[in-house]
Design a protein around this ligand. Structure first.
Ligand SMILES: *[C@@H]1O[C@H](CO)[C@@H](O)[C@H](O)[C@H]1NC(C)=O
Ligand SMILES: *[C@@H]1O[C@H](CO)[C@@H](O)[C@H](O)[C@H]1NC(C)=O
Ligand SMILES: *[C@@H]1O[C@H](CO)[C@@H](O)[C@H](O)[C@H]1NC(C)=O
Length: 464
């Protein structure tokens, strides 16, 4: 009785072992890898994850054989160089494919043909070059595609045609130098596009014409020197735009023309940005949050920058972030300050004169302790909120810029030096001339002897 029970358990164990060996063998690699792991998070409904990450794999020998309940396959952090259909057997129901942090250079045409259940495909941190036409065939239900940190510069508009469900596309940190107006034309459901840290100089007109749902667009770290209005205008549903770390020099009246759907605008860390001009944001009637931090050379925001021309009132923002800039004063008329929920103005070097007194009365303001006055001299280093109303004066001396006084002093000193030098030169020149005439300076005195004059005066007084 006992022996049959033992035999029974032994055979069960053997069957389980054989199953495991079969499974592990199917993903044997050229180099001797660690075994892949299979974890099932929800045994009740059998959603499992096949984890082959970080195992020094260069390739797999034969097609993966996994049961239908595997939803995630992770081959991240290996050394794979090419992707083919053997990773994705027919009838698979993989929802998430993670092939990030490999050395992928090519994707064979039709590699993803059987991946019609896949929602997320991660290919970031690889070495992919230009994308071929049939690379994404079969990914009809894909929603997120991450291609960031590759070497992509070109693709055919047809390349993305199979991705009819794609809503998020990440192409950040590639080498894209230009786009065409057809670049994204086959992505009708695209909502979020990330093009950070490429080498774009401009955007072609109509580039987002066929992406009516595009809401989030990030263009950080590209080479724009002006706001690429012509291209942006075609994104009619845009609500969040990031133009930070670009090379924009100033923002003027027409720059955001036609971009009235935007609610959040980010223009931070632009070292080249010097000024924001009149009516710069006047078309952005839905703007709620304005991020303008760390623009170290931004000196001036025109007091009419946020005026909505249709109502002649400033836009009703909720949040403004204007930290660490070169701005020294702000107009009370710039925004309806009392209605804002967040006002962050720390790290600026304020000129605490009568024009800034209104700021002291503002209650809802972040980082009050960082609001220091730099000018006038007598208030330098003081906190703006510790000052009395009388301290904010506009007396003549306060108003004169210390730099201007310095320059004036310098000019005066230079003038004085010039006068002294000229005087000395003239003196020397006269002496030299006299020496040349071979007469000494004593003779000169003899020409007008003082006594003669005195004698003459004496003569007239003696007459009567
Ligand atoms: C399995 O169950 C978990 C939680 O119960 C759920 O989040 C997951 O979507 C389910 N998977 C499937 C394929 O039904
Ligand atoms: C995927 O394709 C197979 C066969 O072509 C089909 O039976 C299945 O319904 C498709 N699944 C989805 C989610 O489209
Ligand atoms: C600020 O408040 C003070 C009273 O605390 C008031 O006298 C002054 O007029 C206010 N200044 C501005 C610019 O609103």
């Amino acid at each position: 009785m006992r022996s049959t029970l033992k035999l029974h358990t032994a055979s069960i164990v053997l069957i389980i072992l054989l199953q495991c060996v079969h499974f592990v063998c199917s993903i044997r690699a050229k180099t001797q890898p660690n075994k892949c792991g299979l974890t099932c998070n929800f045994p009740s409904n059998d959603s499992c994850r096949l984890d082959c990450s970080g195992r020094d794999l260069y390739d797999i020998d034969e097609e993966i054989k996994v049961s239908a309940n595997v939803e995630t396959i992770a081959f991240n952090d290996n050394k794979l160089e090419s992707l083919s259909s053997k990773y994705f057997p027919k009838g698979n129901r993989f929802i998430l494919l993670d092939f990030s942090h490999n050395n992928l250079k090519t994707i064979e045409d039709g590699a993803f043909k059987a991946c019609n259940y896949t929602h997320i495909l991660l290919l970031c941190h690889n070495a992919l070059w230009d994308l071929q036409i049939d690379e994404f065939e079969g990914l009809s239900n894909l929603e997120q595609l991450d291609l960031s940190y590759n070497r992509i510069s070109l693709w055919f508009s047809e390349t993305f045609r199979p991705l009819q469900s794609l809503s998020q596309l990440n192409l950040a940190h590639n080498t894209i130098t230009s786009l065409e107006s057809e670049s994204f034309e086959h992505l009708p459901l695209l909502e979020k596009l990330d093009l950070d840290n490429n080498e774009l100089v401009t955007l072609p007109a109509g580039v987002f014409e066929k992406n009516p749902r595009l809401k989030y667009l990030s263009l950080k770290g590209n080479l724009f020197t002006t706001v690429p209005n012509m291209g942006l205008r075609s994104a009619r549903s845009l609500i969040d735009l990031d133009l930070s770390s670009t090379h924009i020099t100033q923002i003027t009246k027409a720059d955001f023309k036609g971009l009235s759907s935007i609610e959040t605008l980010r223009i931070t860390r632009i070292n080249s940005l010097l000024g924001i001009k009149r009516l710069a944001f006047s078309d952005m009637t839905k703007l709620k949050a304005f991020y303008c931090n760390n623009n170290y050379n931004l000196r001036r925001i025109d007091q009419n920058a946020f005026i909505d021309t249709s109502t002649n009132q400033p836009l009703s923002l909720n949040e403004i972030y204007l930290r660490n800039t070169a701005i020294s004063s702000l107009s009370k008329n710039l925004l309806p300050w009392d209605q804002l929920k967040t006002v962050d103005l720390g790290g600026n070097r304020w000129k605490c004169d009568c024009n800034l007194q209104w700021l002291r009365n503002l209650t809802l303001i972040n980082g009050k302790s960082e609001m220091k006055c730099e000018k006038p001299w007598r208030l330098s280093g003081r906190n703006l909120f510790e000052l009395q109303v009388d301290d904010f004066s506009c007396s003549f001396l306060d108003n004169v810029d210390s730099d201007i006084i310095g320059i004036c002093m310098l000019i005066i000193v230079i003038c004085m030096v010039i006068v002294v030098v000229a005087f000395v030169f003239v003196k020397l020149a006269i002496c030299r001339k006299l020496i040349k005439r071979k007469q000494n300076c004593g003779d000169y005195i003899r020409v007008f002897p003082k006594k003669d004059r005195i004698d003459l005066e004496w003569d007239t007084s003696a007459e009567p």
